[in-house]
Design a protein around this ligand. Structure first.
Ligand code: DP6
Length: 345
């Protein structure tokens, strides 16, 4: 490891991502039960500035975090757990005083994967302080220890995390970039994120993963995901938008169906989510626009489509979907090129 500075300011911006084949179920030290693929987003991101001092003596949880200027003690346990998990490889973390100022471009805990952007931003900061800022595999590995989906936010355009026989180099321990295996149509794909509800989720993703351990359909689910991932990798390479869309929607519905038949069962969709899905299916049939929905572990709907349809899809959202969005809010997002170190003025 390179020479580590004893104090400094390190700011990183890292994007959220939207999974097409979902990670749902884990074991061991944040290892996935099936491989997943996501598109890296651009407008939905977390910016975190770390101010740190490396002391000579051990520090016990000398960490603070604020979101848009307001202290967030509720975030501390997840952050200290993450620091603990990576401190064997980054021993200076045992002596760090760390002050994090963070900003999300989207509502916290709204079902947009804030843990992916927040934890990957933190992993980028730790790797940067530790002198490993260019090592994407390592950054993805430690991001995983913060939040599984964060392991995929590190790469431009798209990423696979989890072993897939079809993808050489894929691993359960880190994500890999899929830039070279994606047709150009997917590198400019758009994602309209329709915010149905921005409050705290009733059941966290981490709890949802836990329920997969005793889920009656777990093995079928993992087999489906593996099988879909192998079809998806071919569709990504050839630019087969229709196959991509079919897989995307099946995965969204299966994820929520798994929640509904967990023990105990739970529902994260809202009536408005379903109304929007019906609207999308009707509009697709009538217009022929290749526009597909997906959901993360929350009620908000993501609409994925090739960029040349942007105006038509925006018109459709304004006319038909905006009525279902909380305070008319939606994020006009698209596939992006990954994290950035923020230049300080
Ligand atoms: C439905 O990565 O948030 O968004 O590893 O416990 O932090 P933890 O879970 P998390 O789970 C994401 C689940 C998902 C699907 C996905 O992003 O692949």
């Amino acid at each position: 490891m390179n020479q580590i500075k004893s104090k400094g300011v390190v700011p990183w911006q890292s994007p959220s991502n939207i999974a097409i084949v979902k990670y749902w179920g884990k074991h061991g030290s944040q290892l996935p039960k099936n491989p997943s693929f996501s598109l890296t987003l651009s407008a939905a991101y977390t910016r975190t500035t770390a101010r740190f001092i490396i002391h000579q003596t051990e520090q016990k949880n000398n960490v603070s975090v604020s979101l848009d200027g307001a202290e967030q003690p509720a975030f501390i346990p997840k952050i200290t757990q993450f620091l603990d998990r990576v401190s064997d490889d980054y021993p200076f973390l045992n002596r760090i005083e760390l002050h994090l100022e963070t900003h999300n471009s989207f509502p916290h805990s709204s079902g947009i994967a804030s843990s992916a952007s927040a934890m990957s931003a933190l992993a980028l900061i730790i790797a940067d302080i530790g002198g490993r800022s260019g090592d994407l595999q390592e950054i993805s590995r430690i991001s995983r220890l913060g939040s599984g989906s964060a392991s995929r936010s590190i790469f431009p355009y798209g990423s696979i995390w989890g072993v897939s026989n079809e993808v050489p180099g894929s691993s359960d321990y880190f994500g890999i970039g899929m830039e070279d295996r994606m047709h150009p149509v997917f590198k400019t794909f758009c994602d309209a994120i329709l915010i149905v509800k921005s409050g705290e989720k009733a059941v966290s993703s981490t709890a949802g993963h836990g329920l997969m351990a005793s889920h009656p359909f777990a093995e079928t689910r993992y087999a489906n995901a593996r099988n879909r991932l192998s079809h998806l990798t071919k569709a990504l390479e050839t630019g087969d938008v229709a196959t991509f869309g079919e897989i995307c929607e099946k995965e969204a519905l299966e994820l929520h169906a798994l929640m509904m038949c967990s023990d105990p069962p739970y529902i994260l969709m809202e009536p408005k989510t379903l109304e929007m899905i019906q609207c999308v299916l009707k509009f697709r049939k009538a217009s022929g626009i290749p526009m597909y929905f997906t959901l993360d572990a929350g009620p908000n709907l993501h609409l994925l489509y090739p960029v040349e349809n942007r105006n038509k899809v925006s018109d459709f959202i304004q006319k038909e979907l905006i009525q279902y969005c909380e305070n008319g809010k939606w994020i006009d997002d698209a596939v992006g090129t990954g994290p950035n170190k923020i230049m300080q003025s």
